[in-house]
Design a protein around this ligand. Structure first.
Ligand code: MTE
Length: 321
């Protein structure tokens, strides 16, 4: 896994700006020529295009690598932040960014309690005190699309260590903010059992691959990505990676997630990426990597089999889907 300390991350302003990069690649003038040929308005001069490009969010690093450990290229910042699942805003992946734009995510608190010796409420500043690392992970949605994302975050195990789970705690339950006035998806999709809830077994929650993310591409998370803090569990289908968390509880019983409540025969508690267990309505054998043509084979545990298969030794993965 790629890991870098926050102190080793080059400040954003030291990287080439998108404009400089485009210029260096000769892309600014080339795209200006293409747009001109398509009959764009006269203000689409190379200078105007370059200025517009420099206002856009960068598609470039900061990131420690251009690929994941398998050599798969990172998705662009634009892909990652403009094709989202966040049903509290909308079920239309390409409209989440617009509807979430400006959603207030500060101040914010995450209450951590339940079966713990030291319940604690974390502010965003408290969360930023954890050592932030970069983790380049594949995200495989249950809908069979995927991306490669350079997350910034820290292992969930470090936060759990601070609250000291009791021996009886067997599962971790996570809850997203419930804000029907501020997020239009609650009223548009009243049949879901809100708030969005997810869960992990405690050994899954303590696994080093499981992180709480506060950023990506070296920037704070945008609302559509689950600002200010979300879970990322890379060997499980993306719906486990719950966004905009306000509550974390240590519990004895397996939590019922929003998706388990909605369609228990389609979305199980474990939701481990598994190309041999199809969704009742589609195959899980292959996936569409956003930004690429064609499909690629889905990997067992999303390519993290060596790290996590032992967690499920002896379990029937077809029954425990
Ligand atoms: N968290 C909340 N609160 N609401 C959601 O609708 N969608 C899930 C997950 N977390 C979702 C959520 C699904 S289905 C996926 S695939 C991922 O978020 C998508 O994360 P992304 O939009 O950052 O790619």
């Amino acid at each position: 896994m790629n890991k870098i300390k926050s102190s080793e991350i080059t400040p954003e302003h030291l990287y080439l700006s998108r404009r400089d990069f485009l210029k260096s690649m000769g892309i600014v003038s080339a795209s200006a020529a293409i747009l001109a040929a398509c009959g764009m308005a006269p203000e689409s001069t190379p200078e105007a295009l370059a200025a517009a490009a420099s206002d856009a969010q960068p598609t470039l690093p900061p990131s420690s690598s251009a690929t994941d450990e398998l050599g798969d290229p990172l998705n662009s910042f634009e892909d990652i932040t403009n094709y989202n699942n966040y049903y509290e805003f909308t079920t239309d992946k390409e409209r989440v960014a617009d509807l979430a734009n400006g959603y207030p995510t500060s101040p914010w608190e995450v209450q951590v309690g339940g079966l713990v010796n030291n319940p604690k409420t974390f502010s965003i500043d408290d969360l930023r005190k954890f050592e932030i690392e970069e983790r380049i992970y594949r995200l495989r949605c249950v809908e069979a699309w995927s991306m490669v994302i350079p997350w910034m975050g820290f292992p969930l195990s470090k936060l759990l260590a601070e609250v000291q789970p009791k021996a009886e705690a067997k599962y971790v339950r996570f809850e997203t903010i419930y804000d029907p006035e501020g997020m239009p998806g609650f009223k548009a999709n009243p049949w879901y059992q809100w708030p969005y809830v997810e869960g992990l077994r405690i050994d899954e929650a303590m696994h080093d691959l499981t992180i709480l993310s506060t950023g990506l591409y070296g920037k704070d998370l945008l609302p559509q990505s689950g600002a200010p803090v979300r879970l990322v569990v890379p060997w499980k289908y993306g719906f486990k990676s719950i966004k905009s968390i306000v509550k974390i509880d240590l519990v004895t019983e397996m939590p019922t997630s929003l998706w388990m409540a909605a369609a228990p025969n389609e979305y199980g508690f474990y939701a481990n990426v598994n190309p041999t267990v199809d969704h009742p309505r589609w195959s899980q054998a292959s996936e569409r990597r956003i930004g690429e043509f064609g499909r690629s084979e889905t990997l067992m545990f999303n390519g993290y089999e060596a790290e996590v298969a032992h967690l499920y030794a002896g379990m029937d993965l077809t029954a425990n889907f």
